[in-house]
Design a protein around this ligand. Structure first.
Ligand code: CP3
Length: 387
């Protein structure tokens, strides 16, 4: 097995093999937001530290990255961080505040600081959401941004967290690094927080097309440096989250998302090659981007992640026989009982097939999910996917 120097030998390389399209003994499985507030041990650490302090402290990031792997036989760890560290590195302020997502927590839930009961869901843990106190209001604000080439010097803490985590993993699972895709990051920089319509950010695409491309180029350049830095630090697979693909549609996606996703994949692969490192499998996850699957299949990403709104059989038709697919159980299926989770996973694995497939949810875990139900998901994937 090819081995970069300085890291433990791989004991389990199932996910790496599947991502490269190689045969595997069983379907590899991990889930988005596997390190998060649904785990009591995560909430314990989180109660003591601010969200971005956790991201910026390699020992804490490593600790919570490994938490789900201590519970479940997962094939990958995704480094604990956030896509919004790129706008921060470009000089924008970002805070994680309670109650910024769609449904706000009750004052009582907040005062109880995350104590709640599974299933009854009377008390939900507080929703946290990112907020930019000074979002980009117009093209003139682009002058506020730091040069993208310098941005990565501020992200050394992510690289340190990756190196530490890769060592601590001891080869038992593949380490995934990640970034947001340029349109998704642009949308946050302009909206300043989550939005149902993304109308401010989409307004830029129609009103300020040239400035939108300038902004997307800045983000793309910073992201390429950032992802190459992650590979140098020990990331073995990279996932690019286009979490706001659903707001674009085919033409806006072709104009404002696809070219930058292509540049990221081409450039990262090229620069990794020039550094003499092994080729790195890359995953693109266009949340809500069913309409873009065929276009995305023309890029060099080995793996395409799909959400639960896409039928796996249709996705396979759209992306062709050689791409690897990742996904796609509706995360809310984990609210069902274990029997129903087992049945849903059986159907999912049957539809995707056992090869060129990485099992995952169609989006991330929610804070009020029962860890035992994730255990049932992982167990079912392994049960139905053995050769
Ligand atoms: O386990 C993992 O998946 C690794 C860590 C991870 C986080 N964010 C930690 C996090 C990853 C991969 C992300 C990516 C991310 N961040 C995305 C892309 C994935 C997606 O959900 O589509 C996006 C859009 C963000 C921006 C962001 N960060 C939002 C919208 C929120 C609030 C809503 C939410 O899902 O909780 C965050 C906060 C955040 N990022 C939390 C965690 C564990 C919860 C905040 C907390 O602990 O206080």
């Amino acid at each position: 097995m090819a081995q970069e120097s300085g890291f433990p030998a791989m004991v389990n390389d199932r996910l790496l093999r599947a991502a490269r399209g190689e045969e595997v003994d069983q379907v590899p499985v991990w889930v988005m937001r596997q390190a998060g507030r649904y785990l009591p041990e995560f909430r314990e650490v989180r109660a003591k530290h601010d969200f971005f302090t956790m991201c910026q402290t390699p020992s804490l990031s490593c600790q919570v990255t490994l938490q789900p792997l201590n519970r479940f036989p997962l094939d990958a760890a995704i480094i604990f961080s956030d896509i919004l560290v790129i706008p921060q590195a470009l000089g924008m302020e970002v805070e994680m505040r309670p109650g910024e997502m769609s449904s706000s927590p009750t004052p009582r839930a907040l005062s109880l600081n995350l104590s709640y009961t599974y299933h009854t869901r009377i008390l939900k843990p507080p929703n946290m959401g990112p907020v930019f106190p000074s979002p980009l209001r117009g093209p003139e604000d682009l002058s506020r941004l730091a040069p993208p080439g310098d941005a990565c010097t501020k992200l050394q803490y992510v690289f340190d967290a990756l190196t530490l985590t890769r060592k601590e993993l001891k080869g038992k699972a593949t380490l995934i690094g990640f970034s947001g895709a340029p349109w998704t990051i642009m949308a946050y920089m302009i909206e300043g927080k989550g939005s149902k319509t993304m109308s401010n950010a989409k307004g830029w695409l129609y009103k300020h097309a040239e400035a939108s491309h300038r902004l997307l180029k800045i983000i793309t350049e910073a992201t390429i440096h950032y992802l190459v830095g992650q590979v140098k630090a020990g990331a073995q697979v990279l996932q690019v989250f286009e979490s706001h693909a659903e707001h674009l549609g085919p033409q806006l996606f072709r104009d404002f998302a696809l070219p930058y996703l292509k540049q990221i994949c081409d450039q990262v692969k090229e620069q990794v090659k020039q550094l003499g490192l092994p080729d790195i499998p890359m995953i693109v996850f266009p949340k809500g981007g069913h309409y873009a699957l065929k276009d995305l299949a023309s890029l060099k990403y080995e793996v395409i992640g799909i959400d639960w709104t896409v039928d796996p059989i249709l996705a396979r038709e759209l992306v062709g026989p050689t791409k690897v697919l990742q996904g796609n159980l509706d995360p809310c299926a984990l609210y069902g009982d274990k029997k129903s989770i087992d049945a849903a996973v059986k159907e999912m694995v049957q539809k995707f097939g056992r090869h060129r497939y990485i099992a995952n949810l169609g989006h991330g875990m929610y804070p009020d999910m029962d860890p035992d139900h994730l255990a049932a998901f992982v167990q079912a994937v392994q049960k139905y996917s053995k050769d």
